[in-house]
Design a protein around this ligand. Structure first.
Ligand code: SF4
Length: 382
């Protein structure tokens, strides 16, 4: 059944205190009212469409100079010669992606491993690169030649690095995770992760705005932050977007314990809490920012998020794993379509760059050219 918005009158904006109060709220009737309001805000913009991208995941390197306590991606040791995924192997992934009509190449990596591991630096120089960022550019350029659009997650970046990668990116992503610098203190998850300092991450997001780069960010819920800090993180993202209008989507991601991490026995946040955070995020963030919920991390509860204001499932792959959460398999496209349709919504494929950014103000000429062609092939909404 399609969602009906006629009787709802959602608030135009809410204060930090109202948002915190809501997250402490336990009255089911009150939560239900806010949920309908969040769904109404999303419906007014996205109608009954829920988007996703057909993607592949290229883990460029598992080495990372940080050591987040929850990480299931980073490896501190890799066999010599395998510090980075080799260009030949990546060519094979790209060929496969083209066969499967993939549109997004998600290039992800640990942060600047050459700054910590001499053998990572050696691998790069043996292959003709000075930095991981140079290798990333080389791979993204290759992806464009295969008519695939790169979405790059390279960690914190300088203005020059962002400007360089902009040439070959449809969009760039950096999770804020949390605005709380408290989590960098001794014994807390970001104590050994200089790149996770929120000032550094906000600086990257801000610079991307100045450079007019379509951007994805998000929060990671359940790593030890307080409800007040969750609200502060969402307001920080709202504020930076209001300056530059570059956030196309915000991911609300639930922490999942990874077997080989320090936080392997740390409980994930409850679905009730995740739903409340989505509801409040939909009220805080400007409606044009799509809110993404990763479907493989909320399996069995998808309907609750569809009914609470989400508008995007993010990148889903039929070819590659979710290397960040390898224990959580992607749903098939047909299952995702079925789940979405059951709630009265329509599943629509999108590109890694949203339609409002497909112009020469926001994209380099080579990326613009390809995105314009691909836009015609995809049922994109907004
Ligand atoms: S979460 Fe990212 S930054 Fe942190 S250790 Fe893992 S790969 Fe590195």
């Amino acid at each position: 059944m399609a969602f009906n918005t006629s009787s709802l009158n959602p608030p135009k904006s809410i204060t930090i205190n109202q948002a915190i109060e809501f997250l402490h709220q336990n009255d089911p009737n009150e939560i239900s009212l806010w949920k309908k309001s969040a769904q109404s805000i999303a419906f007014n913009v996205y109608q009954n469409q829920i988007t996703f991208t057909n993607n592949i995941f290229i883990p460029l390197t598992f080495l990372c100079r940080n050591a987040c306590h929850y990480c299931g991606f980073r490896r501190s040791k890799v066999p010599r010669g395998q510090e980075f995924l080799k260009p030949e192997k990546i060519e094979k992934i790209l060929t496969n992606a083209r066969t499967h009509k993939v549109s997004e190449v998600l290039i992800t990596m640990g942060d600047k491993p050459e700054k910590k591991y001499p053998y990572a630096k050696k691998w790069l120089s043996n292959h003709g690169f000075n930095t991981t960022i140079e290798y990333t550019y080389f791979i993204a350029e290759k992806a464009l030649k295969y008519e695939l659009l790169p979405h790059i997650n390279s960690g914190t970046l300088t203005f020059d690095e962002l400007s360089y990668l902009r040439e070959v990116s449809a969009s760039i992503g950096l999770m804020l995770e949390t605005i709380s610098s408290r989590l960098t203190h001794l014994g807390l998850p970001h104590e050994q992760s200089p790149d996770k300092h929120p000032k550094k991450r906000m600086a990257t997001i801000e610079k991307a705005g100045k450079l007019k780069i379509p951007f994805t960010s998000g929060i990671l819920v359940g790593i030890g932050e307080t409800l007040e800090e969750i609200v502060a993180s969402l307001f920080a993202l709202k504020n930076v977007h209001q300056k530059y209008r570059h956030l196309q989507e915000v991911i609300i991601q639930n922490f999942q314990p990874n077997r080989n991490s320090i936080m392997a026995n740390f409980p994930p946040p409850s679905i009730d809490l995740m739903e409340k955070i989505l509801i409040i995020a939909r009220h805080i963030l400007p409606p044009e920012i799509s809110i993404q919920i990763p479907p493989n991390l909320v399996e069995g509860h998808e309907h609750r998020f569809l009914e609470a204001g989400m508008s995007d499932w993010g990148g889903v792959s039929s070819i590659t794993l979710d290397f960040i959460n390898p224990d959580h398999n992607w749903p098939s496209f047909s299952k995702l379509e079925q789940i979405t349709r059951k709630i009265g919504y329509q599943l629509c494929e999108r590109l890694p760059v949203y339609p409002r950014y497909i112009n020469l103000e926001w994209l380099s000429p080579q990326v613009y050219k390809l995105a314009s062609i691909k836009k015609l092939e995809t049922r994109m909404v907004r």
